[in-house]
Design a protein around this ligand. Structure first.
Ligand SMILES: Nc1nc2c(ncn2[C@@H]2O[C@H](COP(=O)(O)OP(=O)(O)OP(=O)(O)O)[C@@H](O)[C@H]2O)c(=O)[nH]1
Ligand SMILES: [Mg+2]
Length: 305
């Protein structure tokens, strides 16, 4: 299976729910107000978000759709154009390119969203692009976290700096960056423990990890990536909001799009925050990461070619 097919099949649940849902609504030959309302309601139910849904409704209502054409298909292509124009500016493929200077990437997110797995997958691409990659095992909280990251380091053949469980995550981070700089690494990916966005002390600890990087390089962390789990639905909005308050997020990665019909949430996040989208997670294996491209996402989401 090629990467686009994988991407498309990963989205099957979200996309077929959406496209067949729309097809069921558009039964008449013309789009009247009742149909427009149903489309909007359906998009909101699909987690696309109120703002984007009402904009899409507006665009459909202002479009002169030829009743001789397949109306559901016409709506699908309006949806596709909408997604591309919203998300094209959010692409950031340069994230994966070779960096000349040290690039410290802090990876954050609530529990179990896929931070550690995503770091493994990202490392593989970064390394392939000629980067010398160091992982920092700064999740010292969960018992198996260090070992899990070590397994990924071994699998994709990159370095890791670790400490013992229960040690201070900020000090491991410091040690890892120092080691990376002294040994000419150009990428360092910092794995952090999962934390709920409403737990104040854990969010303070996160800030401390970010601040310690600045002691070595005032511009660090160069990237702060928030990992979001697509199966969490509307809750991801609140996660972006709260993490962003603690330290400005520079990019998003959405995982588990392979196992949910709730992929529409990415549109809602894009509309509300306009944050760069780095990549999408479509499975548990090392190659199950798609660098974000708006057209591909739109095609997969609307199941068009
Ligand atoms: N289906 C699917 N599973 C994923 C994806 N990304 C991660 N997972 C799985 O989700 C589970 C949690 O992944 P982790 O990488 O441990 O998540 P984490 O955010 O590091 O978790 P904590 O460190 O405990 O907060 C694991 O079973 C992963 O294999 C994805 O894109 N798709
Ligand atoms: Mg983890």
């Amino acid at each position: 299976m090629g990467i686009f097919e994988k991407f498309k099949s990963g989205f099957k649940k979200s996309a077929s729910a959406l496209t067949s849902g729309l097809r069921d609504i558009v039964v008449k030959k013309e789009i009247d107000d009742e149909t427009l309302d149903k489309i909007e309601e359906y998009l909101i139910k699909s987690d696309v978000g109120v703002t984007a849904s009402s904009e899409i409704k507006e665009i459909i209502s202002n479009s002169k759709i030829d009743p001789k054409k397949d109306i559901a298909q016409e709506i699908n292509s309006i949806l596709m154009n909408y997604i591309v124009s919203l998300m094209k500016p959010l692409e950031n493929s340069k994230f994966f390119k070779k960096k000349e200077k040290i690039n410290a990437v802090l990876v954050a997110g609530v529990n179990g969203v896929g931070k550690t797995t995503t770091i493994g997958k990202i490392s593989k691409i970064l390394k392939f692009n000629g980067n010398k990659v160091m992982l920092a095992a700064s999740d010292t909280f969960r018992a198996a976290a260090i070992e899990q990251l070590e397994n990924w380091a071994m699998k994709v053949n990159v370095e890791i700096t670790k400490s013992s469980q229960g040690s201070d995550p900020a000090s491991v981070t410091y040690k890892a960056i120092e080691r990376a700089i002294n040994n000419n690494f150009n990428q360092i990916l910092i794995d952090t423990a999962g934390r709920l966005q409403n737990k104040k002390n854990l969010m303070e600890e996160f800030k401390k990890i970010a601040n310690v990087t600045k002691k070595i390089d005032p511009n660090a962390p160069h990237e702060v990536i928030l990992v979001l789990d697509a199966t969490s639905g509307q809750n991801v909005i609140n996660q972006v909001e709260e993490f962003n308050k603690i330290i400005p997020i520079t990019g998003l990665i959405m995982t588990k799009l392979d196992g949910t019909a709730k992929g529409g949430i990415l549109l809602a996040v894009a509309k509300k925050y306009k944050l760069p989208i780095i990549a999408l997670g479509l499975g548990e294996k090392e190659d199950d990461l798609q660098i974000f491209e708006a057209e591909k996402f739109a095609q997969a989401f609307t199941q068009t070619n």
